[in-house]
Design a protein around this ligand. Sequence first.
Ligand code: 13P
Length: 249
Amino acid sequence: MRKPLVAGNWKMNGSSESIKKLLSALIKGAKSVKNAEIAVCPPYIYIPGTAGMLSGTNIVWGSQNVATEESGAYTGEIAVSMLKDFKCTYAIVGHSERRTLYGDTDQVVADRFARALAGGVTPMLCVGETLAERESGSTEAVVERQLKAVIDKNGIQSIAKCVIAYEPVWAIGTGKTASPEQAQDVHAFIRNYLAGQDMQVANGVRILYGGSVNAGNAKELFAKADIDGGLIGGASLKADDFLTICNSF
Ligand code: 13P
């Protein structure tokens, strides 16, 4: 049985004050969330404060990225040991904004994934196609290529220790959600692809959907057989909306 997970990716948003407010509201509201695990991924600099407020609650936290290296002369990078130091449960790797804006290749994503796992932080691996790729019929090939790079480096068993997030790039921040059927089709493809290598891994791994999930459409998406929760951007910055999404199972 896969426990649903709703994770908020706050991206580069918030301030000490707004985050305190948001977390206070989430802590209160999350007490009555019974059917899903809840996670938030603040900007790095707010992780210590977030950890302080969330420890002892039923909300866990994570980062939005992790360095490919363990330590040393890598100006501006954050190592997995530092994330572990602040008790991060998850590290997002391969978000499409990292891939497209900061040049994270499939290989770099596989390296980040490896580093997170080795450091005891669960990678949340994002995959997904652009609009042009969808329109040219290559959605499955793209998603397969992105998964294969991680599996080639880390082995199929590593997938049992991660969370996958399918995030079609054209649905991110656009208000254009994939229909529940479109999302389910790709989720089923991912699970089948994994099942071709290891049935147990395929059945156990949680596959989240991300891309314009909101309080109004979460229920329909989460009702699909292979959608095990959501990775939420914009709506995760509003406590009421995020909590509604968490209660959509
Ligand atoms: P939105 O929910 O704002 O579309 O963002 C989705 C996302 O990129 C989560 O990682």
